[in-house]
Design a protein. Structure first.
Length: 445
């Protein structure tokens, strides 16, 4: 029997995997899956065929915690052998209370502990060095043409509604040489768009005192500006997420105008009223945010800004909510998400007085989103009649679903392209925009 035949019939230990939560958690999942594959484990899509199941959980808000607990319960019911990791893993007592039979519990980005728990259940198989090959960039859970690039762990902020620092610890930046080498590896494996993520992308490198390291024969500081300069050399789309509007962010805007990085900023502003922002312990003020946005658009008129907001925060008055509506009208943000305040166990905001009734908070959310829908529709009209470069995500029955520089995957709108029989997923294309609504664009090749 040939070596290849022997390789095919051998039974590798099989691991099922459930990944929940944000893009930062998705990167954690990709790293665990890559290590599992490196060690020869087979990744399977169902519970029944798996020898053990790993559930990477989210613990940010109550709804996410419940989703994670439900996923653990489903995996236990279907398989019986479950290892829990991720943010909810920091609350081991809660997990044990609901699911005492889980095999092991680890916290977020604790890859070594996950692998140790897998090893206890399933010894790593023997591997064939010429047949068990992986792409240099490892296993990805995104389509091949885009990937999340995580530049740091943790966060130094102490926002009163958030427990992420308690779950993931303080800011821990990755050295810039390491990040740029990973980005280069992803591009070599076919990635056309890099989505830069962190809890606070703007703070990148502050914990390392912006230490410099080399890449491609040049020194780069571990700093947002130098990171954008380096990534801009790779010839792919670079999209920035979770950017706080610190002054040095203004250094990146000229790079957007030059085409080094996409003219797109994801800035989680959360509110506009000064008192509410102080109660949230947010490191920004609405007046300064407006100044920044107007100055940035003077340099880069096509700049697309995405943000998220919370309504119904404890103590929020009708007047303060109206101030928020005035702010979004003045800021003319392109893409916006809005959530009603959700209490999280361990968050300092839980002790604040004057909670807003749930029905009032939901009413405010609906008013906010209707207001923003009108703004978004107006902003998208500027693209009608223009030619844009888009990145194709999928094609079916002659219609392609693509994204422009203004569209991050899964959270923003899309560009619908008709008459696109020659387009393929992962391909860049030039299109002419024919229509726009509140969220999406229509185009022809």
């Amino acid at each position: 029997m040939s070596v290849t035949a022997q390789h095919r019939i051998r039974h590798s230990p099989r691991v099922g995997f459930v990944s929940l939560g944000c893009p930062k958690a998705l990167v954690d999942s990709e790293r665990i899956l890559t290590q599992l594959r490196v060690e020869g484990y087979e990744i399977v899509g169902g519970y029944r065929e798996a020898d053990v199941v790993v559930v990477n959980t989210c613990g940010f808000i109550e709804a996410a915690q419940q989703e994670s607990l439900d996923a653990i319960g489903e995996a236990l019911a279907e398989n019986g052998k479950v290892i829990v990791t991720g943010c909810l893993g920091k609350r081991a007592a809660l997990i044990r209370e609901h699911h005492p039979d889980v095999i092991a519990i680890t916290g977020p980005h604790d890859y070594e502990s996950v692998m140790r728990a897998v090893h206890v259940q399933l010894a790593p198989p023997a591997r064939h060095p010429h047949l068990d090959l992986l792409p240099a960039s490892g296993v990805k859970l995104t389509p091949r043409h885009y990937a999340y690039l995580k530049i740091s762990e943790g966060c130094n902020h102490k926002c009163s509604f958030c427990i992420i620092p308690k779950l993931r610890g303080p800011l821990a930046s990755r050295p810039i040489g390491e990040v740029l080498r990973e980005a280069e590896s992803l591009v070599c494996d076919g990635v056309k768009e890099l989505l830069v993520v962190a809890q606070d992308t703007s703070a990148y490198g502050v914990d390392l005192h912006y230490a410099a390291s080399s890449w491609r024969g040049r020194k780069y500081r571990t700093h947002l500006t130098d990171l954008c300069l380096g990534l801009g050399e790779l010839g792919v789309w670079v999209r920035l997420h979770y950017v706080y509007p610190y002054p040095h962010v203004s250094e990146v805007i000229p790079l957007m105008a030059e085409g080094k990085v996409l003219p797109y900023l994801d800035i989680p502003l959360q509110h506009a009223n000064a008192r509410i922002l102080k109660a949230m312990r947010r490191p920004a003020a609405s007046a300064k945010a407006l100044e920044h946005i107007r100055a940035w658009r003077e340099i880069c008129p096509d700049l697309t800004i995405r943000s998220t907001f919370i309504v119904g925060f404890p103590g929020e008055t009708e007047r303060e909510f109206e101030e928020l509506l005035t702010f979004i009208r003045q800021a003319e943000l392109d893409r916006v998400g809005c959530f009603t305040y959700s209490p999280v166990d361990g968050a300092d905001a839980n002790v604040l007085p004057d909670w807003v009734p749930a029905e009032v908070a939901e009413e405010r959310r609906c008013v906010f989103m209707q207001t923003q829908a009108e703004i978004s529709a107006q902003r998208l009209q500027r693209f009608c009649g223009r030619e844009l470069q888009v990145l194709v995500d999928s094609v079916a029955d002659g219609t392609a679903v693509a994204r422009s520089f203004a569209d991050a995957p899964e959270v923003d709108g899309v560009v619908w392209i008709t008459g696109s029989h020659t387009l393929r997923p992962g391909q860049f294309a030039r299109v002419r925009i024919t229509q726009a609504d509140q969220h999406d664009l229509a185009a022809v090749p």
